[in-house]
Design a protein around this ligand. Sequence first.
Ligand SMILES: [Zn+2]
Length: 133
Amino acid sequence: MTRGIHMKGRKHSKETRRKMSAAKKGKIPKNLKRLHKTQIGKNNPRWKGSNVGYQALHDWIRKLYGTPKFCENCGTTTAKKYEWACVGIYNRRRKNWKRICTRCHMISDGRLKKHLREDHVYGEILQDRILEK
Ligand SMILES: [Zn+2]
């Protein structure tokens, strides 16, 4: 048998091998890869569920605190869009929320880092500012 991982200079006893294969059978289902794929992202019911709550709270914050056209982070008033960002505990307390422009929001989310590497430092400054509050 030359299947599986080769252990250099070691030989497992029959008993150990039996135990190992039993453990494998118990822990890793044959369809693990397929199962894993279907659990990722939008197909994941848990992800979907939490996202519904996320959106509802955002709507609630918007209704309560309005939609100011001012970025609390960089101070811009000329951005095309402003969004409420959660900067603390995810609840309805105003102190846990910041009205920021899309750009700052993307940086704080780490979304922009993927696109703009030179923004890395700026993203860190933003994070520090958020953590200070
Ligand atoms: Zn901003």
